[in-house]
Design a protein around this ligand. Structure first.
Ligand code: FES
Length: 319
């Protein structure tokens, strides 16, 4: 891995709900941490060898520390479980600087923000930013119960009527009607959402009936697909050297690049984090990531080499 790393120490841990803890991270060597904007995340490089991404939820104007909130997942792959068990005040850890693949576009006439559970962390900063800018917006915060909704009280205090919480209490009939909610939005609304895959799919389905609404989302995990996709072989050409490499159906572009000694920074290796982004100079990519928006995918100017493949017989990469 080639990116910069930053050493931080945990200066405070707070139990926000039964399963969510907040961690304040302060720099070990410097006074300030790198600046960030609403929607940014950091990578935590854990001592058990895992790396995990968490959205920043502290005030971007205060770079003396970062705050993240971590849900202890029931089916933890080892990341959230480790963090909850091992990170205590005084613990030191390594992080990557913030990256933002979930940028808030600030010129829309109206914003609809929908957060599902721990998806509130990036959305909360967006709501605060929009409030500070005096923008028209409404935040809908969806959770099972009030006790499970981290930051809900704070947000209600700060945002008043601009924040509406919806608690299902485990009853399907208490679920918000997303189709009606989306249908009711003013023209050219920008919809930002972060939550589970089923929530995202319902929102995308509702928004597909309103072509003027622009949806921006962040996923928790790679999109599941039931579609069987057949992989074909293709070539990649490296612009700097003119080298042409073959990618077989069984290999990823990343594997081929590495096998030839080309270093590519990666984190998730499943199309979620955006760290393996490479410029695309020619050819048509078959985008299989969850990072780029549909528009960005259509632009065909970058691709995630960990998971994406080619529709054309050759891709020219900016490497
Ligand atoms: S390594 Fe995360 S998107 Fe490729």
């Amino acid at each position: 891995m080639t990116s910069n790393v930053i050493q931080v120490s945990v200066s405070d841990v707070e139990q926000l709900t039964d399963s969510i803890k907040s961690y304040i991270l302060t720099p070990v060597a410097e006074e300030k941490l790198p600046a960030f904007t609403a929607g940014a995340h950091i990578d935590l490089l854990l001592e058990n060898g895992l790396s995990r991404q968490y959205s920043l939820c502290s005030d971007p104007a205060d770079t003396g520390s970062y705050q993240i909130a971590v849900l202890r997942e029931k089916n933890s792959r080892g990341g959230s479980e480790y963090i909850h068990q091992h990170l205590k005040p005084g613990s030191q850890l390594t992080i990557h600087p913030p990256r933002n693949h979930f940028q808030l576009e600030e010129s829309a006439p109206h914003y609809l923000l929908i957060a599902g559970g721990i998806g509130i962390t990036p959305i909360m900063l967006m709501a605060r930013r929009l409030k500070a800018l005096g923008k028209s917006f409404k935040l809908h915060y969806l959770a099972r119960t009030e006790q499970q909704a981290a930051f809900a009280d704070l947000l209600k205090q700060e945002l008043g009527d601009q924040c509406q919480c919806h608690f299902t209490l485990g009853q399907p009939e208490n679920r918000i009607n997303l189709e009606l909610l989306v249908a009711d939005q003013p023209p050219e609304t920008h919809l930002y959402t972060c939550g589970s895959e089923p929530l995202l799919q319902s929102i995308l389905a509702a928004a597909s009936l309103r072509q003027d609404i622009r949806v921006h989302f962040e996923r928790f995990a790679a999109a599941e697909t039931t579609e069987v996709v057949e992989n074909k072989a293709f070539e990649v050409e490296l612009a700097s050297s003119g080298e042409v490499l073959e990618v077989t159906p069984e290999q990823s572009i990343l594997e081929v690049l590495r096998s030839r000694g080309h270093e590519v920074e990666t984190m998730c290796e499943e199309g979620l984090c955006g760290s393996c982004e490479v410029g695309l100079l020619a050819g048509e990519a078959d985008h299989r990531d969850s990072v780029l928006t549909e528009d960005e995918q259509q632009e065909q100017s970058v691709l995630m080499v960990c998971c994406s493949r080619a529709k054309s017989s050759r891709l020219k990469l900016d490497i």
